[in-house]
Design a protein around this ligand. Structure first.
Ligand SMILES: C[S@@+](CC[C@H](N)C(=O)[O-])C[C@H]1O[C@@H](n2cnc3c(N)ncnc32)[C@H](O)[C@@H]1O
Length: 200
């Protein structure tokens, strides 16, 4: 059973409901690959999922998970533009390179911030690069596309990181964007979700 205040299932649901088979989705923080897998399942073998992570260990876990579920996985260098092509593409690079790697609009983009569960908590997403990745991601969204960012305010720098993303998304014009903020109202420092949908 899904707990009401668990944020990751909400983020996967709000992203996967706008994705269709054959489309392009992006995971800005591959981690253990669970979000990448959720999106790959929806876009299917004709679709494309591009997942970024700085850590080889994260990309290895993502690759193993996706291959165990029957997906074709490729590695892609961060200094080359990625063609529109079916499969799961793993990029070992900072997500602030997303605008350079991806030429075409994506239907859905996820960023589950923080550090690799079970990994080094010092290898954590950072406010400035997260903000750059989110800004570039907004430019990659077409009408009807969504960006979902899960923020962990309890890790060092997490509050500042969340505040920057929150401020940026709140500033988007309401005639072109819908922005949702979803958080547990009675749990302090709980993770929360920000979702932007381009409507025009
Ligand atoms: C909370 S985990 C992501 C969880 C993942 N989406 C999943 O489904 O398992 C955060 C990940 O972000 C990665 N990360 C940290 N800074 C990054 C950056 N600048 N660019 C890309 N990935 C980064 C970490 O290495 C870590 O694996």
């Amino acid at each position: 059973m899904t707990s009401l205040t668990r944020i990751v299932p909400w983020s996967q649901q709000l992203i996967c409901e706008v994705l269709h088979p054959g489309e392009l989705a992006v995971d800005l923080t591959a981690g253990r690959g669970r979000d990448t897998l959720a999106m790959a399942r929806v876009v299917g073998s004709e679709g494309q999922v591009v997942a970024f992570d700085l850590q080889p260990a994260a990309l290895e876990q993502t690759s193993d998970l996706l291959q165990r579920h029957g997906f074709v996985v490729h590695s892609w260098p961060a200094d080359k533009i990625l063609p529109r092509s079916a499969g799961v593409f793993l990029v070992q690079a900072c997500h602030s390179t997303v605008g350079k790697v991806l030429p075409s609009p994506a239907r859905a983009i996820m960023a589950n911030l923080g550090y690799l569960p079970g990994g080094d908590p010092l290898l954590v997403t950072r406010p400035s690069t997260t903000l750059a990745a989110v800004q570039q991601s907004l430019d990659l969204l077409a009408c009807g596309s969504r960006l979902a960012v899960t923020v962990y305010p309890s890790h060092p720098g997490g509050q500042e990181e969340g505040a920057l993303v929150d401020r940026l998304l709140r500033s988007l014009p309401s005639d072109r964007w819908h922005v949702l903020s979803l958080r547990a109202a009675n749990i302090s420092q709980a993770p929360y979700l920000l979702v932007a949908e381009r409507i025009g």
